[in-house]
Design a protein around this ligand. Structure first.
Ligand code: FES
Length: 184
């Protein structure tokens, strides 16, 4: 899978380039019609998990429309994202129950600690931050999802510890990997 945790940035770029070439061929299966813009974007997002700049240009060229038009349509629908999801996608719930319990401060704290804004991904692709509407467990508000795990009763003070936990986990995995490689 594209976003495997042990892939390096270089590996990811190679995988992404390969998938982009495949996509270039897949696009040709669609009739050259503006009506196919959204299905093509959905196909790309399905494969890459986001819409890189190159893919937007590719679609515009194929459908013979302006790049701005493709961006315009893609940004209108919030199903599309323009940054790759991190290995640990962070979704901060900003629904009403979470909002009244300070979810916006939690979001700000994640942004500050990771030095990215919502909708962005850290350069190493470890973390991405998104705001979401109610995730359906208001009794546990404020709620943040990290991957599939619900972090209930979140507090701004818990943000640093959570990030640190993932970083330590990654370091331990890397050490383990290096140890196994030297043992071979
Ligand atoms: S508003 Fe956040 S879980 Fe419902």
């Amino acid at each position: 899978m594209l976003w495997e945790r042990d892939l390096t940035q270089e590996d990811l770029n190679k995988v992404e380039q390969k998938l982009l070439s495949e996509i270039e061929n897949n696009i040709k299966e669609y009739e050259k019609s503006r009506g196919n813009l959204i299905p093509i974007l959905q196909m790309i997002q399905e494969k890459l998990k986001y819409l890189p700049k190159d893919s937007i240009e590719m679609v515009a060229k194929y459908l013979e429309i302006n790049t701005c038009e493709v961006y315009g349509v893609a940004t209108f629908y919030n199903q599309f994202r323009f940054n790759p999801p991190g290995n640990h996608p962070i979704k901060v719930c900003l629904g009403t129950a979470c909002h009244v319990k300070g979810a916006d401060i939690i979001l700000e704290n994640f942004e500050r600690k990771l030095e990215i804004l919502e909708g962005e991904t850290t350069p190493d692709r470890e973390f991405s931050i998104d705001r979401v509407a109610c995730v359906g467990c208001c009794a546990l508000a404020p709620v943040t999802m990290i991957g599939d795990t619900v972090q209930s009763h979140m507090a701004p003070s818990k943000v640093e510890g959570l990030i640190l936990r993932f970083k330590i986990e990654k370091e331990m995995q890397e050490r383990e990997k290096a140890k196994n490689e030297t043992a071979i």
